[in-house]
Design a protein around this ligand. Sequence first.
Ligand code: URA
Length: 428
Amino acid sequence: MSQQQFAAVDVIRTKRDRGELSDAQIDWVVDAYTRGEVAEEQMSALAMAVLLNGMTRAEVSRWTGAMIASGARLDFTDLPRPSVDKHSTGGVGDKTTLPLAPLVAACGAAVPQLSGRGLGHTGGTLDKLEAIPGWRASLTLPEIRAQLTDLGAVICAATGDLAPADKKLYALRDVTGTVEAIPLIASSIMSKKIAEGTSALVLDVKTGSGAFMKELAQSVELARTMVDLGTDAGVRTVAVVTDMSTVLGRTAGNALEVRESVEVLAGGGPADLVELTLVLAREMLAAVGLDAVDPADALADGRAMDAWRRMVAAQGGDPDAPLPVARHTQDVLAPADGFLHVDAMAVGVAAWRLGAGRSRREEAVQAGAGVELHAVRGDRVRAGQRIATLHTDTPERFEWAVQALEGGFPVSATAPEPVPLVHQRVTA
Ligand code: URA
């Protein structure tokens, strides 16, 4: 990293006036901000200038490198299997990581899936797995390595020292209206993924009402920016832009999603979830040269389920223990006869309000809370038919969840147009 000194205000002015930041300016400002030398108000002005004026490919690439350099960088190149990771930008009912990591491990790759907890309407992978009695999210680096070597899959909390600049900057963006800047989102995600030391990466960039990016063009731009960043950093990266206008699968909520994931591993489960799991598994295997292996076989013959059971047990979980069930349920009925639409955002917010998610980082989540769908987009329903069940331990939350679902299950006289699960594939 450059030791050259700058005045933060000059860096801000450069971006404010649509100039291109130099490598030395970027290295300095990220490092000085992480050390507390650049003030929060200065970084928030810079983040806003980036949101308004964007960054070139060279700038985002350098910015990402500076964020990686702010912390530790793991290296899994010495593992006996090639490593490949998946990142999803987050969606309602998106539990794909759970079946995917053991499935890809069963096909011969190592999957270091360092994950986070949820905040807002999309659930976090760790919150889901913590619904399994005994399961432990925090592993040491030697434990992560040992598990990757022995069974090829680990899903655990990211170690605290990866990209600390991002931790600080993300918290700032959250309160300054600058989360939505594509260069900042892309560098935030990719700095953590590249620092994690995977040799290949598959990105699942969601698009639609339940996604972070609602418009296809924005989602494709985010995918392109992240693929370029991975490629520039020497990580084989591919992205698929997938639909998040409706719920993935039939459940949103921690234990409910674990149960559905286990159904997929047992060879069943909802068709859309199985399809997305296989699309991502094929991309991951192709990225590390294992494309001769068909992941559908590993789902069908029980190898993926074996890998799941070993992965859960290795982290203290009991794969045979009954999953937590919420103490109270309430049904949601179809408002009219016709074809059902299911809005992802409405269901995500309802699940969150029922206790499946948190509004503050330190809040606990309810393992059993969430929304279970009995009908999905395009199904023909009759007025009064049960279309969903709400689950919570705290029944005073039902009213709040029902409010979120107002307009979330519209019924039409004609069948909705089918929506493709995969909208676009973005490669280097
Ligand atoms: N997820 C991240 O990790 N960073 C962002 O900026 C947005 C989503």
